[in-house]
Design a protein around this ligand. Structure first.
Ligand SMILES: Nc1nc2c(c(=O)[nH]1)N[C@H]1C(S)=C(S)[C@@H](COP(=O)(O)OP(=O)(O)OC[C@H]3O[C@@H](n4cnc5c(=O)[nH]c(N)nc54)[C@H](O)[C@@H]3O)O[C@H]1N2
Ligand SMILES: Nc1nc2c(c(=O)[nH]1)N[C@H]1C(S)=C(S)[C@@H](COP(=O)(O)OP(=O)(O)OC[C@H]3O[C@@H](n4cnc5c(=O)[nH]c(N)nc54)[C@H](O)[C@@H]3O)O[C@H]1N2
Ligand code: SF4
Ligand SMILES: [Mo]
Length: 744
């Protein structure tokens, strides 16, 4: 593997698509004895304008992912014995259409839904074609996605505060002097709703300039790059932040500075926070009133400070309040939309989701059949999916399409969903693996390997610390006749829309879709179509660049950027750091940031009630590891080898009290379920809180994941009760689950 480049070695410059860090890679490829090229080595690309040579261990494994013999390359169709058999594309499309048409004929489109998973955000085709698939399907009901176990609360607060759910601000890490990192562990995740290469290196530099504070029930690897760790009880972040707001008002530390004519309802924030003095929340949060007061003073005093919060503050009981308050804190201290504070990225290539403007805010337009959960931003909580499939009666779900998702592992009450999926009359998966979820599919359509398609990240640049962009060409030619994922998505969308396959004219549909994008970008669709006649995601990417802030506007700005510029600059193009742009961001008609949206404020009494609830036994939180990627990279040997990582982390005091010991097996039980898992005793946990990684549990029959099966682990979502949600957003609460731990 470490051989120096030989003459038949090609070096391919590429951006890693796995996470938000978007690192530049050098992929070394050699022809083998069989004449086929294979990846021999992946190294950081030091010339990448964005990542400048930074990578993590996962980035070096894209070759393993591509060459994995378990990766699906041809469609699979379930035979009458329930066994997946390889099929031709025509056979697979025919079978899927037949099953979908049957459901629609018998039950109507109300019985059909979609689940979109996380890799959709990182895939050149899927991110750009989900909209078209949904448009063709024109389903009357809501869809499901990994979003409602991830950032839905943040989408909700951004919609209500700024008027657009995807205009999510991020810390200007390279320029801040003081950062609070709450419920995020970039040591593992590499940053989330924060695109920045080498987050930990940036934190080290912040420490040199000022201070880094981490608020987390676990002393994570990120704490090694911080000055202070505040071990909070899970689910109590909103209370702690309200107490900080309280101190800011009480001690006259509020100074909105340049935002003075951009914020409304500041007085309402003050009113709400009055009820949350540090002394009232301290015991619940597990952080002393003194520590809270000091933090408030230091944060207010710092020149260029930012409060950054992520998934630990989203997929918890008070996700909406805990997603709203960081933005409030930044605004009250004048740290919103200013250098070193919380800012908005400015993508070179825009994404459609960023374009919606100021629609009226209305949630709960319809309710789920079984639980009566309100729709929020077009989706029901993912934790409703199992019951909507399983419970008989009018409106029962009978057909499901999954796109790049593994909800049998990633969604709450995982076992219930696993039991419900076989009840469907039609399940279609667009996925590269035969895994815990897709094993239930009647038809699986594999997407191309990431190395078989171009890459340019889409939405992620909206929260990137610089305005940059990078395009990577495909490295390998797909096998003859394989459709791109975007074509599969059009075909499956048409199936759900009741359009017979013989009437699906890919080129005509795609021309229509592209024209709509050209128009959205302010271009003349006829001019754009003439310039970009070839269907597929590439021209959507090209249009987003050409009609973007630095684009050539199809010739109107002849010096502007086109996709060609990126093709000629494999190391990327950088247009500079974040810049203040609140005026462009706020989509409300009055142009004001709503600092206290009524829908959000309405959840305060629920939080107040939490303060009166006694902490009850142990609370479970999730964790990630730098060598994991949710549920789907455990089939790569180099990433799973070594010590078992799927362990229950527990503080020595709690271990002693429960009778479990290091290396022993614990039985962990919650209201939802129970599992057995090896114990790792460590004082990196706050007493009273235990941690399990998510994304494991690969021992189900009927999958094709030979390596993952050897390192199966357990699925922590078996313990997540489906009704434990952040009420305003419906987002699953998978952190702060009350559990009982006993020796097994
Ligand atoms: N307990 C607990 N649960 C959690 C979380 C937690 O912190 N704790 N985190 C939640 C979060 S943030 C998320 S985002 C979700 C993730 O939830 P999901 O998105 O449902 O799960 P993933 O594990 O990301 O599964 C990705 C799927 O996409 C497939 N795939 C990978 N690449 C491609 C591709 O290029 N094309 C296609 N078509 N398919 C591909 C994989 O084979 C896999 O089936 O999990 C959530 N679940
Ligand atoms: N290596 C790797 N990288 C990933 C992923 C992966 O699976 N592996 N997944 C990707 C995805 S889909 C996402 S969404 C991002 C997530 O990226 P991050 O938001 O950084 O998520 P985590 O690394 O899970 O860190 C969350 C932290 O929150 C803490 N926590 C739990 N509950 C609470 C709470 O109530 N309050 C507070 N203050 N803290 C709490 C946990 O202990 C944990 O340390 O990572 C992405 N990057
Ligand atoms: S941090 Fe790792 S997984 Fe994320 S983009 Fe960089 S190399 Fe890829
Ligand atoms: Mo996520």
């Amino acid at each position: 593997m470490n051989a120096s480049p030989t003459k038949d070695r090609r070096i391919h410059i590429r951006t890693c698509h796995l996470c938000e860090a978007m690192c530049g890679l050098e992929v070394h490829v050699e022809a083998g004895d069989d004449g086929n090229d294979s990846v021999k080595l992946i190294r950081p690309n030091r010339d990448d304008v964005w990542s400048k040579g930074y990578i993590c261990p996962k980035g070096t494994t894209l070759g393993h992912l591509h060459h994995d013999p378990d990766r699906l390359r041809v469609p699979l169709v379930k035979d009458e014995n329930g066994v997946h058999q390889e099929a031709t594309w025509d056979e697979a499309f025919a079978r899927a259409s037949e099953l979908m048409a049957g459901v629609i004929a018998e039950h109507g489109k109300e019985a059909v839904t979609i689940y979109i998973g996380n890799p959709a955000a990182h895939n050149y085709s899927i991110s750009r074609y989900t909209g078209l698939m949904m448009g063709l399907a024109a389903l009357p009901g809501p869809i499901y996605s990994a979003g409602t176990i991830d950032q839905w609360p943040k989408n909700l607060t951004c919609w209500t505060m700024y008027g657009n759910q995807w205009r999510i601000p991020a810390p200007d890490l390279p320029n801040t002097n003081f950062i609070v990192v709450m419920g995020a562990n970039p040591h593992a995740s590499q940053g989330s709703l924060l695109a920045c290469p080498d987050v930990l290196g940036e934190l080290d530099r912040v420490r040199e300039r000022g201070k880094v504070v981490v608020i987390d029930p676990r002393r994570t690897g990120t704490v090694d790059h911080a000055d202070q760790w505040l071990p909070i009880f899970p689910g109590t972040d909103a209370a702690l932040m309200l107490a900080v707001v309280h101190v800011l008002f009480e001690e006259g530390l509020v100074d909105v500075g340049h935002l003075h004519d951009r914020l409304k309802n500041v007085a309402e924030v003050e009113r709400v926070a009055k009820e949350f003095p540090p002394e009232r929340v301290a015991a619940t949060c597990g952080v002393s009133a003194d520590e809270i007061r000091t933090l408030a003073r230091e944060f207010a005093a710092a020149d260029k400070a930012v409060w950054y919060a992520r998934i630990g503050t989203c997929n918890q009981e008070f996700g909406t309040l805990a997603s709203w308050l960081p933005d409030v804190l930044n605004a009250l201290t004048g740290n919103l939309d200013t250098e070193g504070g919380l800012m908005w990225g400015k993508p070179i290539a825009w994404s459609a989701t960023l374009k919606d403007r100021g629609e009226p805010i209305e949630f709960g337009r319809f309710h789920s059949r079984v639980r009566g959960a309100p729709e929020v931003m077009g989706q029901f909580p993912v934790s409703c999916m199992a019951e909507e499939i399983a419970a008989p009666g009018e409106g029962q779900l009978k057909a499901l399409v999954t796109v790049a998702g593994n909800p049998v592992i990633s969604a709450p009450e995982a076992d219930k969903l696993d039991e419900a999926l076989p009840l469907l009359d039609c399940m279609i998966s667009i996925d590269n693996a035969l895994n815990e979820t897709t094993r239930h599919a009647d038809v699986i359509f594999p997407g191309l390997s990431p190395l078989e398609q171009p890459h340019y990240d889409e939405l992620l640049w909206a929260w990137a610390v610089r305005s940059a962009g990078k395009w990577s060409p495909p490295l390998f030619e797909p096998e003859d006749g394989r459709p791109g994922e975007w074509e599969v998505m059009i075909r499956v969308g048409a199936m759900m829309g009741g359009i017979p396959q013989e009437h699906v004219d890919i080129k005509a549909i795609d021309d229509g879709y592209f024209s709509a994008f050209a128009e959205m970008g302010g271009a003349d669709p006829a001019v754009a179509l003439a310039a970009c006649p070839e269907p597929g995601p590439e021209r959507l990417n090209e249009n987003a660049i050409r009609t973007g802030p630095w684009g050539d506007q199809y010739g109107a700005n002849p010096d502007g950027l086109t996709l060609e510029h990126f093709k000629n600059e494999p190391n990327g193009i950088d247009m500079g750091p974040m810049v203040p742009r609140l005026g462009e961001i706020v989509a409300h008609e009055d142009g004001m940031v709503d600092l206290a949206p009524p829908y959000v404020i309405a959840d305060i009494p629920r939080l107040a009630a939490r303060l009166d609830r006694d902490p009850d036994g142990l609370l479970l939180v999730s964790r990630r590891h730098v060598r994991s990627n949710n549920s789907w990279m455990h089939n790569i040997k180099v990433l799973v080898k070594g010590k078992d990582r799927c362990t229950l982390l527990i503080h020595p005091d709690d271990a002693a009290q429960t009778g479990v010991f290091d290396g022993g097996i614990a039985r962990v039980s919650s209201e939802a379920g129970s599992l057995e898992v090896p114990v790792e005793v460590s004082d990196e946990m706050r007493p009273g809180v235990v941690s399990l990684p998510h994304g494991w549990g690969h021992d189900k029959p009927g999958t094709r994941m030979s390596v993952a099966r050897e390192h199966a682990g357990v699925n922590n979502n078996v313990l997540a009760p489906g009704t434990f949600v952040d009420v305003p957003s419906g987002n699953a609460a998978v952190n702060g689950i009350p559990v009982e731990v006993v020796p097994a």
